[in-house]
Write a protein that binds this ligand. Structure first.
Ligand code: PMP
Ligand code: GLN
Length: 392
């Protein structure tokens, strides 16, 4: 269908422009309330901002240590111990990157040879498939099926071949809001052990959990030694634009990751690292408060979307909710989301772009609730028009 894009490498043909970029452009063009790309419309805590400003004033403005400034690596180690009883050595097992996105890229550059396979679940955060492909590896996709986004165990088992290098797991999961269950985690861990695979776990929404508990795969028996745990300060501290992420992994894997990281960005913005070193050691009350605030936002948006007539698939975690658009008479997420900013004044994300089998997600639309009550209420007010236009 789409013709070959000149100048673009063969590997990246077909990847186009991300759906986040397209929907953000439409939101701006039509002054829509933007519940599309996931970023808060508020800042993180003042003490973290002040620490960043103080770090700039104190002259922390040159290249940082390639692996992360010592204070930040120590603070991340302390965070992993406090919340999960996972012990990582800050110097040999923790690495700081320019966002989880860079970490994802570095992981596959570092660990995969050409033709290696990486098993991942769809729908997926869009950079996974691109990063695997840019590394010369091959994505093998297992579908999480709506409405509960469970997978069929036999499909995961069948996706593993002698070429499989790693399984990539994102829990809490974007875009579905699913938290993988204990038995799913045990199944995935057993397959990693049986086939000697590396587990790459994207845990950027680790503190945004409303039902159940976040269990890092690395805490399961035999998994710490074969897991690359990825997270990001963007979601936890509400500074998505700072783009500071990290990995925790055993020394030999970490050495490989750093070999890639040193040539991708080399190091991450120094003053922001100084500020986040303070953030990771914040009191427990900061983290419980964050979850409580987000639970209220989730309930506000879910209740409102339900009332409008959408089929709400209530998320257990993340700051996204998926809805079934068919009850309102729509069947194509892309058409719906391209219409929405201009006709209704709201932007959302069509998740079919997060599938290699787009039909699995055609009837779904993702809404972000990392917004103040006023913004959520205004979006819901505008969305009322959808109800009127279908019932008249
Ligand atoms: N993983 C997931 C699942 C995400 O949703 C995102 C985007 N926010 C990222 C990784 C990227 O995080 P960062 O902004 O730190 O690069
Ligand atoms: N992770 C963000 C989301 O899912 C998007 C980040 C990006 O634009 N790459 O909304």
């Amino acid at each position: 269908m789409s013709s070959r894009q000149p100048h673009l490498s063969a590997r990246l043909q077909g990847f186009g422009t991300t759906i986040f970029t397209e929907m953000t452009r439409l939101a701006l063009q039509h002054s829509a309330v933007n519940l599309g790309q996931g970023f808060p419309n508020f800042d993180g805590p003042e003490f973290i901002k002040e620490a960043a400003i103080a770090a700039i004033r104190a002259g922390h403005n040159q290249y940082a240590r390639m692996t992360g400034i010592p204070d930040l690596n120590r603070a991340i180690a302390e965070h992993q111990r406090r919340f999960y009883d996972l012990r990582y050595d800050p110097d040999s097992e923790i690495t700081v990157y320019s966002g989880a996105t860079e970490a994802i890229c570095a992981v596959f550059q570092a660990l995969c040879d050409t033709g290696d396979e990486v098993v991942l679940f769809e729908p997926f955060y869009d950079s996974y498939r691109a990063s695997i492909t840019m590394a010369g590896a091959v994505p093998r996709v297992v579908t999480l099926r709506a409405p509960d986004f469970s997978y069929r165990p036999e499909e995961l088992e069948a996706a593993i071949t002698p070429k499989t290098r790693a399984i990539l797991l994102n829990s809490p999961h974007n875009p579905s809001g699913k938290l993988f269950s204990r038995s799913e985690l045990e199944h995935i861990a057993a397959l990693c052990r049986e086939h000697d695979l590396i587990a790459v776990t994207d845990e950027v929404y680790e503190h945004l959990v409303y039902e159940g508990t976040h269990v890092p795969l690395a805490t399961l028996p035999g998994m710490r030694e074969r897991t690359v745990l990825i997270s990001s300060s963007g979601k936890t501290f509400s500074f998505t634009g700072w783009k500071v992420g990290h990995t925790c992994a055993p020394p030999a894997i970490t050495a490989a990751l750093r070999c890639a990281h040193q040539f991708v960005t080399f190091c991450t913005a120094t003053p922001l690292q100084h500020a986040l070193a303070r953030a990771f050691v914040a009191d427990d009350s900061f983290f419980t408060g964050l979850t409580a605030e987000y639970r209220a936002r989730r309930d506000r948006l879910c209740d409102g979307l339900r009332e409008i007539g959408l089929g709400v698939l209530t998320p257990a975690g993340t700051y996204f909710v998926m809805t079934d658009i068919r009850p309102l008479g729509y069947s194509d997420d892309l058409e719906f989301c391209r219409m929405l900013p201009e006709k209704i004044g709201v932007a959302a994300i069509p998740p079919s772009s997060f599938y290699v089998n787009p039909h699995e997600g055609r009837h779904l639309v993702r809404w972000a609730f990392c917004k103040t009550d006023e913004v959520l209420d205004e979006a819901l007010r505008r969305l009322q028009k959808l109800r009127v236009s279908t019932s008249s």
